[in-house]
Ligand binder design. Structure first.
Ligand code: GRF
Length: 192
């Protein structure tokens, strides 16, 4: 039985698209059953719909400061769709320990750096400022502490002379699109 996966997005959804594409393969151990966005205007939503994937919006602004109520609504959407695994892909809400614990060992995130380096935002700019020779992306299980948790997949590119935040980000994004499907396969097959 293929694992039923939900992808959580907030924006353009290029990693989401990479996962949807990978899951089209007959032998892929997971199916993308649902895409959920916390933003009604996320461009990724229409990309998901045109790929024939069910979508839902759980708009965090409707819940004001009630983070817990937002997460309960999110969780209800996942339960309703009988989701086994969750992939965060550019999902820009911090999740509380309640939600993270509930999905412990069943929720992945992709982060655009070689964790544990450069947790948080603006990773490409910070990598250039630090003068690192290699930079990359990491897929990891989600734990309550942000951008931490057991690493499932990681890959890197060389930083080139003259790289800008944009050129470096573009090369890392290509890597992301390769490692996320690989990591999800490993998790869905129980190889972690
Ligand atoms: C990616 O760089 C991902 O690593 C980070 O947010 C970005 C999302 O891009 N968490 P996309 O929406 O998948 O195109």
């Amino acid at each position: 039985m293929k694992k039923r996966v939900a992808i959580l997005i907030s924006g353009r959804g290029s990693n989401m698209t990479a996962l949807i594409e990978a899951a089209k393969a007959k032998d892929y151990p997971a199916e993308i059953a649902l895409v959920v966005s916390n933003r009604p205007d996320a461009p990724g939503l229409s990309r998901a719909r045109s790929a024939g994937v069910a979508t839902a919006v759980v708009d965090h602004t409707r819940f004001g400061d009630e983070r817990k109520a937002f997460e309960h609504a999110l969780d209800a959407e996942l339960q309703k769709n009988r989701i086994d695994l969750v992939c965060l892909a550019g999902f820009m809400r911090l999740l509380t320990p309640w939600f993270v614990t509930r999905w412990s060992g069943r929720m992945l995130n992709i982060h655009p750096s070689l964790l544990p380096q450069f947790k948080g935002l603006h990773t490409h700019r910070r990598a250039l400022e630090a003068g690192v020779k290699r930079h990359g992306a990491t897929v990891h299980f989600v734990v309550p502490e942000m951008d931490s948790g057991p690493i499932v997949a990681q890959d890197s590119v060389a930083v080139r002379e003259g790289d800008t935040e944009e050129t470096l980000a573009a090369r890392v994004l290509e890597l992301e699109h390769k490692i996320y499907p690989r990591a999800l396969r490993a998790v869905a097959e129980g190889r972690t």
